[in-house]
Design a protein around this ligand. Structure first.
Ligand SMILES: Nc1ncnc2c1ncn2[C@@H]1O[C@H](COP(=O)(O)OP(=O)(O)OP(=O)(O)O)[C@@H](O)[C@H]1O
Ligand SMILES: [Mg+2]
Length: 388
């Protein structure tokens, strides 16, 4: 009997099998799962596909078979297929760069934008809700994911307090419709009001992952993510789940806040998220008589933007209307577009549109429906996830 090729020789031979969509060979793409060379002249190979219904499976079948049969001593090839895990897909996607692989339910989302800050109460949630509404008013398809599981506020901002999320036939969470068709998902739609969420670590990770991957987001131009204050667990998790997200930092005008915000910028950098800009909020108050007061100081936003070498996207003044509308559940950009804060946020939305691709990136592969919910966060006391 002829000597058989070694495992490494088979591996080398497989470098000529190119994934036509990703335009790289399957060895480089780490899609060769296993190689078994048997003494009887048969080689078993397992190839991982990016999606279960991968349309180019036949191509791989033929190309892998041909590449291995060319080696001396091989008389038969058995090829089996499996599918890359979410983690592997993510790693691959990261390796290939922006938008190269469908990311489950987010395959049809063009821009993921995290809104964060180093400290609490600077207006992240108000800015997120208004920015979302302004983008929607500009004709964009927009979703808001409330990642502040411990202090969620998007249900209130969109007048959806006390509402419950539904689950569709594919067991995906259906976002609730806020004003201007903004799709909203929040932990608040799953728990009784005032029930405390105690998730940390793996449970938190799983819940956030579900909010991203097991939601019927559909096609969106923007998915805005309202982060909790600080730079903890949630941001870590989201950065892992959303390697392509952009980061907007909200800060107040005083220099002290700027130091705190810098911390979150440092974190964004550590997590490899691109900071797209700074938004200064609570930038002064103008009385009806036209007198201006820099209640929280001035200059902090510009300082931070300069330090980070990113644009200051805008300065949002303090207005009664913004605060009232946050409480009334209709973002001020829609309720009172002439309000000074509304005008500022609308301008910021325009700048964001200029900074980001106009349409969802076209992906090389059709998105698969997200897998059915398999792992659900354990049900903490006082919680009722409808799909649990
Ligand atoms: N430009 C503004 N004018 C008037 N009120 C504002 C403005 N921005 C925020 N507020 C008010 O300040 C409070 C805090 O805002 P918000 O909840 O958006 O901050 P946050 O950064 O999300 O807070 P947390 O860190 O708790 O999540 C709210 O009552 C909100 O209505
Ligand atoms: Mg908030």
């Amino acid at each position: 009997m002829e000597p058989m090729p070694t495992r490494d020789e088979v591996n080398e031979a497989l470098r000529e099998v190119i994934d036509p969509e990703l335009r790289r060979d399957i060895v480089t793409l780490e899609m060769v799962r296993s190689i078994d060379v048997h003494t009887n002249g048969v080689v078993d190979v397992t190839v991982s596909l990016t999606t279960p219904g991968c349309p180019i499976r036949d191509h791989f079948q033929t190309a892998v078979d041909a590449a291995i049969r060319r080696l001396d001593g091989v008389i038969g090839v058995n090829i089996s297929f499996d599918v890359l895990s979410e983690d592997e897909r993510r790693t691959l996607s990261q390796k290939l760069g922006r938008g190269s692989l469908p990311e489950g339910a987010l395959a049809q989302v063009a821009n993921v934008v995290c809104v964060g800050s180093g400290k609490g109460g600077v207006g992240k949630s108000s800015v997120t809700a208004n920015l979302a509404a302004a983008l929607a008013a500009a004709g964009k398809r927009v979703g808001v994911m409330d990642a502040d599981v411990w202090g969620y506020s998007q249900p209130r901002m969109f007048g959806l307090s006390g509402e419950r999320a539904k689950v569709n036939a594919s067991r995906q969470i259906v976002p609730l419709d806020g004003a201007e068709g903004v799709k909203v998902v929040s932990i608040g739609f799953f728990i009784d009001q005032d029930a405390a969420v105690v998730w940390r670590g793996p449970m938190l990770h799983k819940a956030l992952q579900q909010f991203i991957e097991d939601v019927e987001w559909g096609e969106l131009d923007y998915l805005l993510i309202d982060l909790p204050p600080g730079t903890g667990d949630v941001s870590m998790t989201l950065a892992q789940l959303l390697p392509e997200a952009r980061f907007l930092i909200v800060t107040t005008p005083q220099a002290v806040a700027q130091k705190v915000a810098k911390r979150s910028a440092d974190m964004a950098e550590k997590l490899n998220l691109e900071v797209s800009g700074v938004i200064e909020n609570m930038s002064g108050f103008t009385t009806p008589a036209g007198e201006s007061f820099a209640i929280f100081g001035s200059g902090g936003g510009q300082l931070l933007a300069d330090e980070l070498e990113v644009p200051l996207l805008g300065q949002v003044p303090l207005t009664m209307a913004l605060r009232e509308q946050s409480d009334n559940g209709l973002p001020v950009v829609l309720a009172n577009p002439a309000d000074a804060a509304a005008l500022a946020v609308t301008q910021i939305a325009q700048r964001l549109i200029e900074l980001t691709p106009a349409a969802p990136v076209s992906l090389p592969m059709a998105a698969e429906p997200a897998p059915a919910l398999t792992v659900l966060p354990p049900k903490p006391v006082g919680m009722s996830l409808p799909m649990a």
